[in-house]
Design a protein around this ligand. Structure first.
Ligand code: HEM
Ligand SMILES: *[C@@H]1O[C@H](CO)[C@@H](O)[C@H](O)[C@H]1NC(C)=O
Ligand SMILES: *[C@@H]1O[C@H](CO)[C@@H](O)[C@H](O)[C@H]1NC(C)=O
Length: 334
């Protein structure tokens, strides 16, 4: 009797053990879920939302900056908060990579959220999840779609400057290079076009598109895929030399509203970055998607939310790997 009970016990242990193992060691993103903090930190999402709302009320652009922060985090070894780390003995910060230098922002807002959440539930909510939630809340505040953010990411114990330089697309990359960089992240052309729609809000510096205004071809000519009067107005504040950091709206029609006017601009040859305009000049498939989103805002918002969840699920750290940082700017022990 006792023996068979023991046998049953052993059997059920063997039967269930693998479940526990695959749960803990999974690193493919399937185990993030929206309710992750429901018991361990029920107020987490509310704290993120209220601090993001305050920051965006202070400065509308912050919504764009926080959205981009999530993108630049996810494309470098997954959404693991690596972009938040400052340089230290063993870490070279991603903040000084080409795509990020003098450009990426929002760290103070993440710090403020982190310290409020640490007071509420210490060592529980990851910095990577805070960035993912802040990106969603920013989108909603700018008038975009809402989605449930799968959470449960843990924070990295390192950063990758070379990853940041190489994996994040540049505004002068060719369409093929940009698509290849998305595919490396398991994102497809639909995701590329929808997520590029992020450029319906926020700013870009003169230096990121100057080449289009003066010497796109290498023969001293402007980009012929850029509307001429739009180009002329851009030149006023983006001279041949100097003014590198001068700011321009990525969507000049409704720069703080999350809508499909970005796609309408592309069809009018008024995309700001070369990487924006190539979506209609270099790929028939991408162009068709742009056309669909340009006439159907709902369709764009729906696909944007889907693609954001997909991007947010990129190789998260889960289980016992990584850590929950106490301060988003540094690892807990180094
Ligand atoms: C497709 C390839 C992409 C390229 C080449 C690209 C490039 C850029 C560049 C050059 C800027 C201006 C940075 C500056 O001058 O400081 C920018 C801004 C921005 N990007 Fe992208 N981006 C891409 C995709 C994305 C994606 C996928 C997202 C989000 C999911 C995104 C969100 C943003 C936002 C919101 C801004 C404005 C940031 C602010 O105002 O602070 N971008 N991007
Ligand atoms: C893109 O711009 C960077 C920075 O200005 C420059 O170093 C690089 O050569 C450019 N690449 C291409 C393909 O034009
Ligand atoms: C345009 O770019 C080409 C190739 O980079 C360079 O040789 C040329 O001097 C530039 N022309 C002007 C007018 O800036």
């Amino acid at each position: 009797m006792a023996k068979s009970l023991l046998f049953l016990l052993a059997l059920s242990f063997i039967a269930f053990a693998p479940l526990c193992f695959c749960y803990n060691n999974n690193n493919h993103g399937g185990y993030l879920y929206p309710q992750f903090y429901d018991h361990s930190c029920p107020k987490a999402q509310q704290i993120v939302q209220s601090i993001v709302a305050k920051a965006v009320a202070r400065e509308a652009r912050m919504a764009a900056s926080l959205l981009r922060l999530h993108f630049h985090d996810c494309f470098v070894k997954g959404c693991d908060g690596s972009i938040l780390l400052d340089s230290s003995k063993n870490i070279i910060t991603e903040k000084r990579s080409n795509p990020n230098l003098n450009s990426i922002r929002g760290f103070e807002v993440i710090d403020e959220i982190k310290s409020a959440i640490e007071k509420e539930c210490p060592s529980t909510v990851s910095c990577a999840d805070i960035v993912a939630l802040a990106a969603r809340d920013s989108t909603v505040l700018a008038g975009g779609p809402h989605w449930e953010v799968p959470v449960g990411r843990r924070d990295s114990r390192g950063a990758s400057l070379s990853g940041s330089n190489n994996e994040i697309p540049a505004p002068n990359n060719t369409f093929q290079t940009i698509l290849t960089k998305f595919k490396r992240q398991k994102l497809n052309i639909v995701d590329l076009v929808a997520l590029s729609g992020s450029h319906t809000i926020g700013n870009a510096r003169c230096t990121t598109f100057r080449q289009r205004l003066y010497n796109q071809t290498g023969r001293g000519l402007a980009d012929f895929t850029l509307d001429q009067s739009y180009a002329a107005s851009l030149r006023k504040n983006c001279p041949r030399s100097g003014g590198d950091q001068n700011l321009f709206f990525l969507d000049f029609v409704s720069p703080t509203k999350f809508d499909n006017s970005y796609f309408k601009n592309l069809l009018a040859n008024k995309g700001l970055l070369n990487s924006d305009q190539v979506l209609v000049t270099k790929s028939e498939v991408a162009k068709q998607l742009v056309q669909q989103y340009a006439v159907n805002n709902e369709l764009f918002l729906e696909q944007f939310a889907k693609s954001m969840i997909k991007m947010g699920n990129l190789s998260p750290i889960t289980g016992s790997r990584g850590e929950i940082r106490k301060n988003c700017r540094k690892v807990n022990y180094s």
